[in-house]
Write a protein that binds this ligand. Structure first.
Ligand SMILES: CC(C)(COP(=O)(O)OP(=O)(O)OC[C@H]1O[C@@H](n2cnc3c(N)ncnc32)[C@H](O)[C@@H]1OP(=O)(O)O)[C@@H](O)C(=O)NCCC(=O)NCCS
Length: 142
């Protein structure tokens, strides 16, 4: 298994978008709109490749010179609990640190709070709703 960055618009990027949609949108009866995907242009796309297949993905969106947002963390159903999500997160944090970012933030779905807590993220403030799901803002000093 390899973790790497792929270019916006590349074939592996397209495969990662299909995985994000399958894991993060279709179970909610939603699809990506062109407007939502437009934001991808400004993001760093990180994927986990297992036997030539995109097994997991996340993306980094710079918010300001100090802060980066980690978004759309998703691992395919049959490859969960093998450490892929954790490896994606650590790769994303290393990349952000090496590029001068000091803080990572994310919007965590309530049912994955402990996944992020184990990685050192702390919840901040009250819950809020996104895509119909309760979320918490979480942050980590890089
Ligand atoms: C959350 C997700 C990315 C985790 O990926 P994964 O590859 O299965 O996670 P890992 O195997 O790297 O797990 C790392 C650690 O977190 C724990 N963990 C994994 N999923 C968890 C969850 N849903 N809740 C709590 N802890 C979790 C693991 O037990 C492991 O603990 P350990 O280090 O003590 O052994 C994956 O379950 C997923 O894609 N979920 C659906 C999409 C989603 O909800 N994404 C988050 C949007 S905010």
């Amino acid at each position: 298994m390899e973790i790497k960055i792929v270019g916006y618009g590349s074939e592996l990027y397209q495969e990662s978008v299909r995985l994000r949609e399958k894991i993060l949108r279709l179970p909610l009866g939603m699809r990506f709109t062109p407007q939502v995907l437009e934001q991808d242009k400004h993001c760093i796309h990180i994927i986990a490749v297992d036997n030539g297949r995109v097994a997991g993905t996340t993306l980094l969106e710079p918010i300001d010179i100090h802060t980066v947002k980690i978004r759309q963390v998703a691992v395919d159903y049959d490859l969960r609990n093998k450490g892929i999500g954790k490896k994606l997160m650590l790769f994303a944090e290393d990349y952000a640190r090496e590029h001068g970012f000091k803080t990572a933030l994310l919007h965590a779905r309530y049912y994955v709070l402990d996944f992020y807590k184990k990685l050192g993220y702390s919840p901040l403030g009250d819950s809020f709703t996104e895509v119909g799901i309760k979320h918490y803002l979480m942050t980590k000093r890089l």
